[in-house]
Design a protein around this ligand. Structure first.
Ligand code: GLA
Length: 606
């Protein structure tokens, strides 16, 4: 039996709620009488499931790790230095720690050959050519990355103040309009990673390069930067669903260029916090190349590295690894921090708690092993803080063990938490081992999730004006409201009101732990009928980073669809809604009557 109970197309909000509540009471009584509304294991109804659209496998499941020449060398880059960097990485423990890509940033281009239409390298700095350099890097067991721009010039080619003396004329060549031929050239040279920097060019360059890469048949990681020299896309470019970066890129920058100042690190962390919900599986928010090993203090370097790691950002070292100090090398290769960045669940952290001054922040992310959390304590203030972290707010049950991941040493749990000192403008990284709430048969709306991200960070921290994530019905929600959710006024999807569900402000993602105990997930989906006519949003269902369902873009007027997927043997369920084409962040959508069938358990009962 369908659980929809009244259509509200065209209804005004207040009237609609009254109608819905009245029908809801009647229908609940009727359904309970015929035994289908009870949480009796029959949570999956008989609606015809939507097939969704064809889906592609994730190209790269984890954030990339490597090194990039720009922060260390700017335009003073040449093949000798790059070979020496590869030598250093192969022997100093960085390659062993997971640093894989050696990327030559701007200033390698000599020009574009008018006869062949192909890019060539600056003969003075790269006399052996790029293909030979790539071969050398490969011979060290590393992969090779190369920069290009999405304009007619590279960024450095546009600004004379960055040019070294005698800068060659041809260096202005970028890839705009040449994406296909350049992707083929890069493939022929053995490139594994392309950094495509907009440099004030056209956004179409990203889709064109993606198509170019596909045409080569060579897997090449695509890292984009839509910000450089862009007046209109300063931050939050992703708020505009017309440019949906994960459709093209494997990672995208989210900010203007990092600088060697702690304020720069902090400002990028703040942008990353707001952009968490955009990081869908296989796509990572790029917080920019690291400044570790430059002029920040040792504590600031540590905080910078910990925050990049826990946000699941690409980790591209930006220092001169040929001459780095032991302390820098030790930090960059710290196994505890890297394990958090490279964790198989691949979730970015969310900001869970902050003290009243905002100086002390607690960031968390669930790790792939059930019942574990990485927790970063980020002290942005000018004084050390003795922080007592209570586990109660972190959504993990009964933590038994805590570890300091920087040192690998256990921490003592007292009074339901740990107490640690966090240096001024510094951070600590902790792992907690406890028990995750696991989904049980029945409606999902009121069940606790292990991670949730919405447009402006977790709803718990969003101002009241933000929609965030809301759960209906409030009667259930009041008792079982998952952390970060608020009671909804109603659940409307595609113009239909529902018995229960999760109303979200797009983009929003929610992750449940299934514990390999569940067999089926079902939900109706749709936009709120009050979304503007131009709204478009896509619903995706992922389990263990495998895409099980993709709705394609739904409009406000699209009637609800029914999703039903097999989740047998899966450990996590990830529900994702993102804006597309005419859609905007902040549009509203709903998972309506979402439910799971699991081996055991009853959820959401009165
Ligand atoms: C832009 C990018 C930097 C770097 C330079 C090179 O500023 O954001 O990361 O690639 O261009 O010119």
């Amino acid at each position: 039996m369908r659980k929809r109970f009244t259509s509200v197309h065209g209804g005004s909000m207040p009237a609609m709620h009254v109608v819905m509540r009245a029908f809801g009471v009647v229908l609940a009584a009727l359904l309970a009488a015929c035994g289908t509304l009870g949480h009796d294991g029959g949570a999956v109804s008989a609606g015809t499931p939507d097939q969704g659209v064809a889906t592609a496998p994730v190209r790269y499941a984890l954030p990339p790790m490597g090194w990039n020449s720009w922060n260390a060398f700017s335009c003073r880059v040449d093949e000798k230095k790059i070979r020496a960097v590869a030598d250093a990485m192969a022997s100093n423990g960085m390659a062993a720690a997971g640093y894989r890509y050696v990327t030559v940033d701007d200033c390698w281009v000599g020009g574009r050959d008018p006869k062949t239409g192909k890019l060539y390298a600056d003969a003075h700095a790269f006399p052996g050519g790029i293909a030979a350099l790539a071969r050398y890097v490969h011979s060290k067991g590393l992969k090779f990355g190369l920069y290009t721009s999405g304009n007619v010039s590279t960024c450095a080619g546009m600004t004379t103040n960055r040019h070294p003396p005698g800068w060659p004329q041809g260096a202005k060549a970028g890839s705009l309009g040449h994406e296909r031929v350049d992707a083929q050239t890069f493939a022929d040279w053995g490139v594994d990673y392309i950094k495509l920097d907009l440099c004030g060019g056209q956004l179409s360059t990203f889709a064109a390069m993606r198509a170019g890469i596909a045409a080569t048949g060579r897997p090449m990681y695509l890292s984009i930067n839509p910000y450089s020299y862009s007046r209109t896309l300063r931050t939050r470019f992703a708020d505009d669903g017309a440019f949906y970066a994960p459709a093209y890129a494997d990672t995208s920058r989210i900010s203007q260029d990092i600088t060697e100042r702690f304020a720069s690190v902090e400002s990028i962390v703040d942008i990353a916090a707001a952009d968490v919900a955009w990081a869908v599986p296989g796509y990572f928010n790029d917080l920019d190349m690291l400044e570790v090993g430059h002029t920040l203090s040792a504590d600031q370097d540590t905080a910078h590295f910990i925050m990049w790691a826990i946000m699941s950002s690409p980790l591209n070292a930006g220092n001169d690894v040929r001459t780095q100090s032991d302390a820098t090398r030790a930090l960059l290769t710290n196994p505890g921090v890297i394990a958090v960045n490279q964790d198989g669940l691949a979730l970015p952290a969310v900001l869970d708690q902050a003290d009243s001054t905002g100086a002390m922040q607690v960031w968390t992310k669930p790790l792939v092993q059930s019942g574990t959390r990485a927790v970063a304590l980020f002290n942005r203030g000018a004084s050390p803080i003795q922080a007592a972290v209570r586990f109660a707010g972190i959504g993990l049950n009964e933590p038994q063990k805590a570890w300091d991941l920087l040192t690998g040493t256990p921490l003592t749990i007292t009074n339901g938490g740990v107490s640690v000192t966090v240096p001024a403008t510094g951070a600590r990284l902790i792992r907690l081992d406890g028990r995750d709430p696991v989904a049980v048969t029945g409606p999902l709306a009121a069940q606790p999730w292990i991670w949730m991200a919405t447009r402006a960070g977790p709803a718990a921290n969003a101002p009241d004006s933000e929609v965030g994530v809301k759960v209906w019905p409030p009667a259930t929600a009041r008792r079982h409201l998952p952390a970060g959710a608020r009671p909804a006024a109603a659940i409307i999807a595609g113009g239909v009101a529902y018995r229960d569900g999760i109303a979200v402000s797009v983009p929003t993602q929610i992750v449940y732990r299934l514990g390999r105990q569940c067999s089926s997930f079902q939900s109706d989906i749709g936009l709120d009928s009050h979304a503007p006519a131009t709204s478009r949003a896509t619903f995706q269902v992922w389990a263990d980073n495998v895409l099980l369902y993709d709705s394609g873009p739904l409009a406000a007027a699209t009637p609800p669809k029914t999703v039903r997927v097999d989740i047998s043997g899966r450990d996590t369920l990830r529900l994702v809604v993102t804006p597309r084409s005419g859609g905007q962040a902040g549009d509203r959508a709903a998972w309506a009557d979402p439910s799971v069938v699991c081996a055991s358990g009853v959820a959401g009962g009165p």
